[in-house]
Design a protein around this ligand. Structure first.
Ligand SMILES: [Zn+2]
Length: 371
């Protein structure tokens, strides 16, 4: 995620903090300062830092539960609206998704129990509505905040934890794709409710509502994309009519090709036809500005382009593009010669074709019923 700094690593997962988080701290400090001076400002900031420490521990609940199923997490990022753990994928087995989803809130239950049990923090439910007020001890407020985190995260607003549990439960009778669609609609409806309450005086709730709304749409799109690409091979969707650049080509050669074709990325292949790298339009333009047209493409191309055989499954390729943020995957034959390539746009074209076929099929079924 951009605009974030890496704090430290825990067991292979980086903990990052988004720069806007510091805005939240400044905002909290300012509000408390106007109410009770420096002491109140320090108290407010300490509370928020402790609260977000609990949020990090919550995220690591998800991270370690996912690891049990062989799923890695590259980073956990702290945003003003909470934490986000970037799991490389979600488990598709409903039981596993439920375990991963509940592991986060379970951490907050443990923290609250420890604070109340060991530290003797005094805590009652009336504190939940006045977490910002310093009416009780810091430990009591943090305990109350953890209970609030559990309740909030269990609201079935997909893709929040409660929504993931809901999706997994729905997936048992209706399958993963439909369950995701239904859970996303419920999540987006709840986002409107959050936004409504947010408008009555809680700007953070509005941000959370926007986040849930977009994340639900994104996740539903991702699952649908994966469903549409399932059953296809790389050879079904790859671009086969394209121009390549030779190993000795210059940026000027690439610029000429950019004008003559509609391609936005140019595979660079050696004399045997093996892929050396890919020159993107952005890298081409940047090289023209920085070092000029005589620059060899070999020095500005992307060499880290993944390659797959023609028999590779398209849903795996889609997930690879999502995970790595790469835009191009090369498709190669048995002697590693480039036979085609797949881009993210190319995959969305496949989805456009598939979904219009599907809606036409549905329309003709409906038409027959009407007759
Ligand atoms: Zn969570």
């Amino acid at each position: 995620m951009g605009w974030s700094i890496r704090l430290f690593d825990v067991a292979g997962t980086a903990v990052r903090i988004h720069l806007t988080f510091f805005l939240l701290l400044a905002w909290i400090a300012a509000i408390h300062y106007t109410r009770g001076g420096t002491a109140a400002a320090v108290d407010g900031v300490v509370f928020i830092v402790l609260l977000f420490l609990c949020v990090v521990l919550h995220e690591f609940g998800h991270v370690f539960a996912a690891r049990r199923y062989g799923i890695k997490t590259s980073d956990v990022t702290l945003l003003p609206i909470g934490g986000v753990a970037s799991l490389e994928r979600m488990p598709e087995k409903p039981s596993q998704e439920i375990v991963v989803a509940l592991a986060g809130p379970a951490v907050n239950v443990v923290i609250a129990v420890l604070l109340v049990g060991l530290l003797g923090a005094r805590f009652d439910l009336s504190q939940m509505t006045q977490l910002q007020e310093a009416t009780t001890t810091m430990a009591g407020r943090v305990a109350a905040a953890n209970v609030a985190l559990v309740i909030f995260n269990l609201i079935p607003a997909f893709p929040m934890d409660g929504g993931r549990v809901l999706r997994a439960l729905l997936a048992i009778p209706m399958g993963y794709t439909r369950a995701t669609r239904v859970a996303a609609i419920i999540g987006q409806s709840l986002a409107f409710v959050f936004a409504f309450f947010g408008l009555m005086g809680n700007p953070l709730l509005i941000l959370i509502a926007v986040f849930i709304f977009l994340a639900a749409a994104g996740e539903a799109g991702y699952v649908q994309m994966r469903e549409y690409t399932r059953g296809y091979l790389a050879s079904h969707a790859m671009i086969t009519a394209f121009k390549t650049l030779g190993p000795g080509a210059t940026v000027d050669d690439a610029a000429a090709l950019l004008l003559r074709t509609t391609q936005q990325e140019f595979p660079v292949v050696d004399n045997a036809g093996v892929l050396d790298g890919v020159l993107t339009r952005e890298a081409l333009i940047k090289a023209l500005q920085d070092t000029g047209g005589a620059t060899p493409v070999a020095s500005v191309m992307d060499r880290e382009v993944p390659t797959v055989p023609e028999s590779a499954h398209l849903d795996n390729i889609f997930q690879m593009l999502q995970r790595t943020g790469q835009r191009v995957v090369g498709v190669v034959d048995a002697s590693r010669r480039l036979t085609g390539y797949i881009t993210a746009e190319n995959l969305s074209e496949l989805v456009m074709i598939q979904s219009s076929r599907e809606s036409r099929d549905n329309a003709s079924v409906a038409g027959r019923r009407a007759v």
